[in-house]
Design a protein around this ligand. Sequence first.
Ligand code: AMP
Ligand code: MG
Length: 400
Amino acid sequence: MSLMPVEEAQKRLLASIPTPGTQDVVLAEAHGRILAEDLAAHRDQPPFAASAMDGYAVRSANIKDLPTKLQVVGEVPAGTLFPDSLHNWEAVRIFTGAPVPEGANAILIQENAERDGAFVMALEAVTEGQYIRPAGMDFKRGDVLIRAGTRLTAGNLALAAAMNRPSVKVRMRPKVAILATGDELILPGENPRPEQIVASNTFGVAALASEAGADILDLGLVGDDKTAIAAKVEQARAAGADILVTSGGASVGDHDLVQDALTEAGMTLDFWRIAMRPGKPLMAGKLDAMQVIGLPGNPVSAMVCALLFLCPLIRAIQGDTDPLLVETAALGGPVAANDKRQSYLRASLSRNAQGGLIATQFTGQDSAMLAGFARADCLLIRPPHAAAVDAGMPCQIIRL
Ligand code: AMP
Ligand code: MG
């Protein structure tokens, strides 16, 4: 059976994305969510001509000969309104953020003024509009400032609040059910027999998936047992999972029953076995509306496959149009020629003197070595049949 190229597998997986639902969330819960509506401002910002400094609101035409004496007729701190108009030879004490009174057209900053009881002496001339932020300078009511599809950043949230939008419509987080399979597995903290293995995949995969924007349903561990696997598949379906992720049991051994169990439960296989290292036994299919991803059991393979397939799928479901997150760097050391499988080498990232990214592969690359994976900053991508390359040459990476 020939192996499917990574790009083709990714393309197939991302080709049939279900339309995601939407929900309203308050701003405090919207960080990192993907906006599902164009967001228009509900007011002008600033809503009035505002003073940018502490000082005096004045008429610029009054201050030509220096010094000029003006009568102080009132005071406007931020959050108050001066009830009258300003007339010639008058000044109003004003503070940053306060509305500029009618009739005033400039702010004389307090550093250039000398207060004398009911009067103030202008020591410097002012120009029209000086230190006044015009109404709507930042944005105007009705301006669409954040577009549907944006992943909401800290800046977006501050902006939405200033736009007087207390809640926003965002894409639902896909629900990802995760099942670990293997007779040898126990949970961390249990007392393992010497022949048992502590299950680690669910913890890493769940963290990657929730970082990509998913809600996690942990289905726990089952042995290599079709009936037990089928029961968990039903649980995932009943819970309305968008994606079911399994780990382990994905190869061709006598105890690799996941694909059979899924097929018997009604899954249509989309693809299986990818031309990649690590991660060859990756499987994908569909069980009604639920996408199924079968990760290999090997801890590093499971993480790499989750990064390459599960995370982009989660991002794409939320409307992300560029979900693969591949970047360019330069090689920190020589890399050997590659065979027919695309390789994902665990590597460190640093910067050269110009600030460019440098990716340097680790020496041990066994797909069972989690310590090396946890230490890595990125995966260095080596295409099939790539020739040997020297340090300094460009390469593609995926950050961890
Ligand atoms: P399998 O895909 O079931 O053949 O598993 C391949 C290797 O990964 C075996 O050494 C398993 O013990 C190991 N493995 C499978 N599932 C997990 C898991 N959830 N956590 C850690 N190791 C696992
Ligand atoms: Mg197994």
